[in-house]
Design a protein around this ligand. Structure first.
Ligand code: C5P
Length: 218
């Protein structure tokens, strides 16, 4: 397709969500937060008490998600679940069900549909490797696990959730491990991806770097 796509992949709490958002705003592009789709599926599974080993049932949930996005808000069957899907339990469940090929397959077409004019910024784990391999610009954002745990801690506290640094570090490592070592769509930099380590970088510096790469690629 001729509609430009910028993919931003990376581990949990690497800052890719914030960076993707700002880059999309700056360019007037659409935004795909692909992690939200896995989180929505996870939330639905938790609520319906679906077994987290029942791949078929989980794929059905993913396939029939009734979701909509309005600005920064996410709706599941018309309920605003923007905050609910950010909980650690939902993120952890998302990373478990994301290992199932049929769950990923069920969300594939939905993700392609986000590519609309004038362009798309897509963030996740496999945006550049699997979903949009022909993207104009591919970025892989990383940061040390400590820097990421600290950011996640601040985010959770700011949202009024309780958080514990040691638990967060453990959860992040477990999730990194699952996302990196799974057989399907593992978290790896796409071929040709620009790697950006944001451990000691302000958000706006990262945004400026991505925009500069995009200007050079376009
Ligand atoms: O990015 P976020 O933390 O919201 O994603 C939640 C989980 O969903 C990740 O830990 C990962 O396992 C899964 N995910 C994925 N592929 C994507 C986006 C997210 O497997 N493109």
């Amino acid at each position: 397709s001729h509609i430009p796509v910028i993919t931003i992949d990376g581990p949990t709490a690497s800052g890719k969500g914030t960076v993707a958002h700002k880059v999309a705003d700056h360019l007037g592009f659409h935004l795909l937060d692909s992690g939200a789709l896995y989180r929505l599926t996870a939330l639905q599974a938790i609520r319906r008490d679906t077994s987290l080993t029942d791949e078929h049932a989980l794929a059905k949930l993913a396939e029939h998600l009734n979701i909509s996005f309005t600005g920064e808000a996410v709706f599941l069957s018309h309920e605003n679940v923007t905050d609910a899907i950010r909980q650690e339990e939902v993120g952890n469940t998302a990373s478990k069900i994301a290992a199932f090929p049929s769950v990923r397959q069920a969300l594939y077409g939905l993700q392609l549909g986000f590519r609309k004019t004038p362009g798309l910024v897509a963030d996740g784990r496999d945006m550049g490797t699997v979903i949009f391999p022909g993207a104009q610009l591919k970025v892989f954002l990383t940061a040390s696990v400590e820097a990421r745990a600290e950011r996640r801690y601040k985010q959770l506290i700011a949202k009024g959730f309780s958080a514990n640094m040691e638990d967060l570090l453990m959860d992040l490592k477990a999730r990194d491990d699952r996302d990196t070592n799974r057989a399907i769509a593992p978290l790896v930099p796409a071929e040709g991806a620009h790697v950006l380590d944001t451990s000691r970088m302000a958000v706006d510096e990262a945004v400026a770097q991505v925009l500069q790469w995009y200007a050079a690629a376009a």
